[in-house]
Design a protein around this ligand. Structure first.
Ligand code: PEP
Ligand code: MN
Length: 361
């Protein structure tokens, strides 16, 4: 005799199924709530987050303990998915837990260079020639900049040039010239390290070690500058996303050096009127993403000198902690970047236009 249909039967079964789903969910959440403790212990023991051996062991335990009727293959499939989801969780937690990240709830990082500070209050100006070319060239520009109150002197001694035949910089001799000019005029000096071999000698002579755009993703160089004992000015790769840029900074922080200045210096776009396109939105976005000071290099962004004042004012209006500008006593004969460097009078005029941003608040 066919069973009489009970109209409430399906409802009851569905209700029970929903209850079981909720219990599974509660258990998954209980498992998720253990993650921070597991991660903490693993970090202390310096163990990897993911252990394939442990995953295999858990699967075997489950299959052995499975009384059915849920088939072993299905147990394996479901738990592999569970493990994968938890691994994903561990990875996102690690990401939001970057040392330089804003999410860490730690205060803003101020970079101390001698008695100067980058970050916080008044924006800084970093100026100087693209390349250190001679004692005379450097002396002329350093004396003028110091007299205008510029605190940071930049100049490349090791130059990363697109053409191997272009001027590659004076090397160690350039470092000596730069350090001496900085000392004479009471300025902190900033210069670029292009490879791991020279980081040490650069850190000996420079107050701030720069990592250039072409090297932002040179992770071995990032590890080397992390250990160099100097603040690091990290430039954004011209084809790097902001996330990649922040991760590059994290390499330096993870290496024990949180004295990092981020530098937006333009990114490559289809636009040809400028050498690169200044990504002004990087300034507030990076401020939201990280606790690090952010400066803008307007010279390499533009690749031309006629719009530098506008770009510098836009950068400071957007909240940048400073600007970097190339200045040369005679740009027409500069051995690198002669289209974009300002002469001393042009720089003086630009600086006058920035005064309202530079006055202490
Ligand atoms: C520089 O600042 O000298 C330089 C080479 O800039 P970038 O790495 O941004 O091209
Ligand atoms: Mn340059």
């Amino acid at each position: 005799m066919p069973r009489r249909t009970d109209p409430g039967e399906l409802e009851r079964l569905r209700h029970r199924t929903s209850e079981i789903n909720r219990k599974i969910l509660d258990l998954l959440n209980e498992r998720a709530s253990m993650l921070p403790a597991i991660q903490e212990v693993k970090a202390r023991l310096r163990l990897e987050g993911y252990s394939p051996a442990r995953e295999q062991e858990m699967l075997e335990e489950l299959i052995t303990a499975n009384p059915g009727p849920f088939p072993d293959d299905a147990v394996r499939q479901v738990f592999k998915e569970v493990f994968r989801a938890f691994l994903g969780l561990m990875e996102t937690e690690k990401n939001t837990d970057l040392r330089v990240s804003r999410h860490s709830n730690l205060p803003d990082i101020l970079v101390r260079v001698g008695d100067r500070t980058i970050g916080g209050g008044t924006p800084v100006i970093i100026a100087g020639p693209c390349s250190v070319e001679s004692e005379e060239q450097l002396e002329e520009v350093a004396a003028a900049l110091a007299a205008m109150g510029v605190g940071f002197l930049r100049g490349g001694a090791f130059k990363p040039r697109t053409s191997p035949y272009a001027f590659q910089g004076l090397g160690v001799k350039g470092l000596h010239l730069l350090a001496a000019a900085g000392k004479r005029h009471g300025m902190a000096v900033v210069t670029e390290a292009v490879d791991t071999r020279t980081v040490h000698v650069i850190a000996e002579h420079a107050d701030v070690v720069q990592v250039g755009s072409r090297n932002m993703a040179n992770y071995e160089l990032l590890k080397a500058v992390a250990a160099c004992g100097r603040p690091v000015l990290l430039k954004r790769g011209f084809a790097a996303t902001l996330d990649e840029f922040v991760q590059a900074a994290e390499y330096i922080a993870a290496g024990g050096n949180e004295q990092i200045i981020l530098c937006e210096r333009g990114i490559r776009t289809f636009e040809q009127e400028t050498r690169f396109t200044l990504d002004i939105s990087a300034v507030p976005l990076l401020q939201g993403m990280t606790r690090l000071p952010i400066i803008v290099d307007v010279s390499h962004s533009a690749g031309r000198r006629d719009i530098l004042s506008s770009l510098a004012r836009a950068s400071l209006a957007a909240g940048a902690n400073g600007v970097m500008i190339e200045v040369h006593p005679n740009p027409a004969i500069a051995r690198s970047d002669n289209q974009q460097q300002l002469d001393i009078a042009q720089f003086r005029a630009l600086l006058a236009q920035l005064q309202r941003f530079l006055a202490p608040v």
